[in-house]
Design a protein around this ligand. Sequence first.
Ligand code: ATP
Length: 274
Amino acid sequence: MERLVEIADASVHQGATVALTGVDFHIDRGEIVTVVGPNGSGKSTLMKTVIGALKPSAGAVKRKPGLRIGYVPQKLQIDPTLPITVARFLGLPRRLPRAQALEVLEQAGVPDLADRQMARLSGGQFQRVLLARAMLEDPDLLILDEATQGLDQPGSAAFYRQIEEIRQAKGCAVLMVSHELHVVMAASDRVVCLNGHVCCHGAPEIVASAPEYRALFGSGTGGALALYRHDHDHSHDSEGNCLHDHDCGHQDHDHTPKADANVTSLAKPHAEAH
Ligand SMILES: Nc1ncnc2c1ncn2[C@@H]1O[C@H](COP(=O)(O)OP(=O)(O)OP(=O)(O)O)[C@@H](O)[C@H]1O
């Protein structure tokens, strides 16, 4: 398995805020990893660290030399009065051979949109065009930051089926932030739950049925939901240490790694605030 990105014991600041502390993370070629976590838990910070837009203040980030990354943003504002076709948009800032525009639109599942006006696309079509744009990089790693926000459930399910097709056709890895449980459970090889640190991680279907997981989060749909929904409430002190006061269904607050690696709680030793 080829390792594309490896992050070791990284702490990352956003201005004066310590957004991530002691984070270990990796992604290998061909896998789909989803990052979940509440608002402000550091998901975008982790994406930016993977891309290299943010540098950790402690720890290390290793990227495969020459790594190509395609990025699909949450949304992109385009002046609705600006007349620009999809093919021209894909060619910004430089002109793009039409055949190449058609090729990436095909990969994104919208082969017929090339001559449509950007301003007239539906939300789902617009996100497909952003996906096509990311594919121009011929990425080793495709990053999606809540790329289906605003789409209805069938629309976002279709979008993620397209992602799966791209992964199979191109063999790239996919790293995404998602708030949608059906995506997390159905479309990911691994789930990483963030709360300023890596709170827990594992393969979603194994995690959901593992006794260790049930002990932590409960069983049935409630348990699956809990993977995503368990409440966090913690802050960091000025040293970046995690002042932890969350209710994630733990019987106790043992955050040492479990023997079974399928469900792994990786919080660093930290001050509990109860
Ligand atoms: N540019 C910035 N300057 C200062 N603090 C920032 C900046 N960007 C993010 N932060 C802070 O860093 C922390 C992590 O933010 P981040 O955007 O990574 O969280 P997130 O999990 O992506 O949140 P959301 O789900 O709301 O998008 C938050 O406390 C946030 O307020």
